[in-house]
Design a protein around this ligand. Structure first.
Ligand SMILES: [Zn+2]
Length: 334
């Protein structure tokens, strides 16, 4: 159970989440530092409300170097009109705003990884304070939650929308319905390496219908991945009955990450040679990538083998790899 004696959040909102119409403003978090004695972190937020109906909480920039979410959500915040909405849409395009400004996965202020910081703390670090505000203020307002991710600078993904296998099968089915509506080229039944402290887990434990994405990577967006994100968010809002109009149905291929054998990790550092590209079929025992030791010539590279048959759904992005890095993720068609 959450400690109900926790102090109030230091974050104040310049928008009123109960007011009708369109409001653009900030979540203001006081942050005193060398460049600004009484300064604040100003996290942009938009709320669009029109009468009674469900609330969607839409977030990007949970990791600061993932761009499809912020692109889709800055665009949506600028264009969404109150008369198009039934219910409420809360848009935070860059959740870990300090990380987003720095173009880094984690916050430059406290090295906080937003997606390992939940439930957060009102008296913690900047990242923990933001997490706490989502945990205690924004998530309770929401019925559905869409949190955009991509691979960031170090991973690249097949573009997919995803939800998790959950103990509550009714909640799980509603989440997979939204994944299907999102209409990314691929849809994933997602397995997490480490679910503790994730925003996903916080939302799901509160009974919210939670969907997420991985829409590319490498620390940039493409025309294709940005388009997928923009279409996907509109489709989710339509499927939830919040936005008028029909879901733009697109063909999606369902994938499953059955167990930990889908992950391969580097056991040494070096230069990585990919032997398969995203979307390729890989057989168990095949070499997915080679890692060349770079200290000298004449040394045999280290083979990274697939531990199962599957489609290459994610891969390490930079040309150099370190021991422990995730080299590849395989998924199976369902
Ligand atoms: Zn991410």
């Amino acid at each position: 159970m959450r400690d109900l004696t926790l102090r109030p959040s230091p974050i104040s909102s310049t928008v009123d989440f109960l007011a009708e119409g369109v409001q653009h403003g900030f979540l203001r978090l006081p942050y005193s530092h060398d460049d600004s004695a009484w300064g604040s972190v100003m996290i942009p937020v938009t709320v669009v409300k029109n009468g009674k109906g469900p609330t969607a909480l839409l977030t990007g920039g949970n990791h600061g170097d993932e761009y499809e979410g912020p692109i889709a959500l800055f665009d949506l915040a600028r264009t969404l009109k109150a008369e198009d909405v039934t219910g409420r849409v809360i848009i935070v395009p860059a959740m870990n705003y300090p990380a987003f400004l720095a173009g880094t996965r984690t916050s430059p202020i406290d090295k906080g990884n937003m997606n390992r910081s939940f439930p957060g703390a009102p008296d913690g670090t900047v990242t923990q304070k933001i997490a706490d505000y989502f945990q205690r203020t924004l998530l309770p307002l929401a019925d559905i939650v869409l949190d955009f991710h991509s691979g960031g600078k170090t991973l690249d993904f097949l573009p997919f929308c995803a939800a998790h296998i959950l103990p509550d099968k009714a909640q799980e089915a509603k989440a997979f319905d939204l994944v299907s509506a999102f209409g990314a080229p691929w849809s994933m039944k997602m397995l997490e390496i480490d679910a503790v402290g994730m925003y996903d887990t916080a939302a799901e434990e509160m009974g919210k219908i939670f969907v997420t994405t991985e829409l590319g990577g490498g620390g940039t967006a493409t025309a294709k991945s940005a388009r997928i994100a923009k279409t996907g968010v509109s489709n989710v809002l339509r499927a939830a009955g919040i936005l008028k109009g029909a879901v733009e149905s697109a063909r999606t291929t369902w994938l499953d990450m059955p167990d930990e054998n889908c992950f391969s990790f580097a056991e040494d550092a070096g230069l990585i040679e990919p032997l398969f590209d995203l979307g390729n079929q890989v057989k168990k025992g095949e070499v997915v990538a080679r890692i060349y030791p770079i200290g000298r010539t004449g040394v045999r590279p280290l083979d990274v083998e697939a531990k199962m048959d599957g489609i290459l759904a994610a891969r390490h992005f930079p040309g150099l790899v370190k021991a422990g890095d995730c080299v590849s993720v395989l998924a199976v068609e369902t």
